[in-house]
Design a protein around this ligand. Sequence first.
Ligand code: NI
Length: 139
Amino acid sequence: MSDLIRFGVSLDESLLERFDRLCLERGYKTRSEAIRDLIRESLVKSEWQDDGRHVAGTLTMVYDHHTGNLSQRLTAIQHDFHHYIITSLHVHLDHDNCLETLVLKGPAPALRSFADRIISTRGVKYGTLNLATTGQGMK
Ligand code: NI
């Protein structure tokens, strides 16, 4: 692990009070831990803006499998992007609704366009892309 560096941060008092409340609510023992996580979150977001970068993430969708030929359409899209899908989990939530989560890894632009195609498919009730990282270069 690389050396730990200390640095000072100047902050408006009321902003710091709000930050301390947030740290408490989220269970952080120290401000440093909270700040480290905020920095990592920003780094992951910036990885996803970098077209040449390989990233990881999950795509979750909820849909009614009775809707038209939705199941087949979603499967066809997934086959178009099969190189980027590491695994998938399908849960039958009730008689009608399915929840599916896909674990993705690949170039950020490809994963984004895949997620856009799935989420915008007619009949998908809810879809969200959760941005994560491959962990490489992240301490
Ligand atoms: Ni199902």
